[in-house]
Design a protein around this ligand. Structure first.
Ligand SMILES: Cc1cc2nc3c(=O)[nH]c(=O)nc-3n(C[C@H](O)[C@H](O)[C@H](O)COP(=O)(O)OP(=O)(O)OC[C@H]3O[C@@H](n4cnc5c(N)ncnc54)[C@H](O)[C@@H]3O)c2cc1C
Length: 407
């Protein structure tokens, strides 16, 4: 039996482990924590079948000035940390040029197209249906001009990629979500995405499926990864483990483990925050507040606010400026209730400057495979990425063209 080590028990690592297991591999997943307790826990929980294009950075001067002057809540930055972020941001900005972004988006869309069906299979096998809502989310606009822009953009995406949506005026939004009593111009209802009431819980449900089917989870430090006689080895709490192949699926920590092997990556670390609120209004589905750049999601623990991107020092303490603004903005729209978290959660989106995740064989080390850099949509893309990776490892014809994702 062929053997595999998967480093990282987030949505991406567990997705890879399940698909290797389906192809007859004996798989051990190694993480320093139990499954689904980092980025794959802290996100907004949307399985984003509408997210066919990676976010492009603004390239026009007024939009860049807004970001630089702190006039948008989508992005926040700490000036002293910017030298560390400058190189990946410059590359990402270069890739945001219309023609380059359009080519990248075609590749991204090819992967996103299979994301929800791949989740669907795992949701059914894992018996996790209770965590899923399958009725989309709202992109909410407060200003009529912004709403018009949102409608035009939704039409463009809808026509080019065939993504369904509905345009709702303010009364239609309120009919759908009576709790929204504040100022609203209208919303784009993306009807295809699914939302998850406990994102970490879904990873844990998939991990339980993996162990039920004979997989092994081990606590260990991926920084101990090294070549071994039979392939690769890693130290765990239960002693060293060796396997024929190793998959690096460590999200934002992947570059740390690969640096000693001579690989460097241009990765943007976009920190996001979340906090839960209870005792206020109830929402049927999640919404994204286009004017204030946050998602409000009904989750098992309460209404979860998740914020946009913050560029700060890697180990810098929490500076939840965007979260405070988002909370105030959400209170304009509905009765938010009170926070139940003593401190906000924060974590980093692993965004590669090339805008696409890396899924494929390491260029210089036989038996080493990469599956990371899923940026804003890793929760969505974990299972389909795992499938693509496992197909390549097993020598099967891949269901998605792997070339754009080649490390
Ligand atoms: C605020 C926010 C909102 C988001 N909303 C969405 C959304 O709605 N939809 C969506 O699709 N995506 C969303 N994302 C993005 C998504 O959460 C990430 O892309 C995804 O979780 C990345 O998954 P991963 O498995 O690659 O990384 P992770 O989930 O971070 O897993 C990496 C694992 O590696 C382990 N690890 C790290 N270092 C070591 C080591 N040295 N040894 C052992 N183990 C180690 C960690 O413990 C962790 O379990 C959001 C992100 C944020 C921050």
């Amino acid at each position: 039996m062929r053997t595999a080590l998967v480093l990282g028990a987030g949505m991406v690592g567990i997705g890879a482990a399940l698909h290797l297991q389906k192809r007859g591999f004996s798989v051990v997943v190694v993480d320093r924590r139990p499954p689904g307790e980092e980025t794959s826990h802290g996100n907004a929980g949307i399985i984003q079948s509408e997210a066919v294009e990676p976010y492009a950075m603004p390239r026009d001067v007024p939009s860049l000035a807004k970001v630089a002057l702190g006039l948008t809540n989508d992005v926040h930055y700490k000036l002293s940390a910017m030298p560390d972020h400058a190189e990946p941001i410059a590359r990402y900005w270069w890739n945001s040029e219309a023609h380059r972004h359009s080519a990248i988006s075609e590749a991204y869309a090819s992967l996103i197209a299979h994301a929800a069906p791949e989740h669907d299979l795992l949701i059914r096998e894992a018996g996790a249906e209770a965590l899923i809502r399958r009725d989309g989310y709202l992109a909410l606009h407060r200003r009529p001009a912004g709403f018009e822009e949102g409608i035009a953009e939704a039409r463009r995406i809808g026509e080019h990629y065939g993504i369904p949506h509905r345009i709702l005026d303010a009364p239609a939004v309120r009919a759908l979500e009576p709790a929204l009593v504040g100022p609203i111009a209208g919303a784009v209802h993306w009807t295809d995405p699914w939302t998850v009431s406990d994102p970490g819980g879904l990873v844990k449900a998939y991990a339980a499926l993996f162990t039920r089917n004979g997989g092994t989870l081990r606590i260990g430090d991926a920084l101990s990864l090294k070549p071994a006689r039979s392939g690769w080895s890693v130290a765990t709490a239960d002693g060293p483990i060796e396997a024929e192949i190793a998959v690096v699926a460590l999200g934002p920590w992947s570059p740390d483990v690969l640096k000693p092997l001579g690989y460097t990556f241009s990765m943007l670390r976009m920190r996001g925050y979340h906090r839960h609120y209870v005792g206020g209004a109830t929402l049927a589905r999640s919404f994204y507040d286009e004017d204030w750049g946050y998602v409000l999601a009904p989750m098992a623990r309460g209404l979860r606010i998740t914020t946009g991107a913050e560029f700060t020092g890697r180990d810098a303490p929490a500076t939840p400026v965007q979260l405070a603004r988002a909370e105030a903005a959400a209170r304009d729209l509905l009765d938010l209730g009170n926070s139940v978290d003593p401190d906000p959660w924060f974590g980093e989106r692993p965004v590669l400057a090339g805008m696409l995740p890396m899924i494929g064989a390491a260029p210089n080390h036989p038996g080493l495979w990469f599956d990371f850099g899923h940026g804003h949509q890793g929760f969505t893309l974990g299972p389909v990425s795992g499938r693509l990776l496992a197909e390549m490892i097993a020598g099967e014809a891949p269901g998605v063209d792997p070339q754009p994702f080649h490390p």
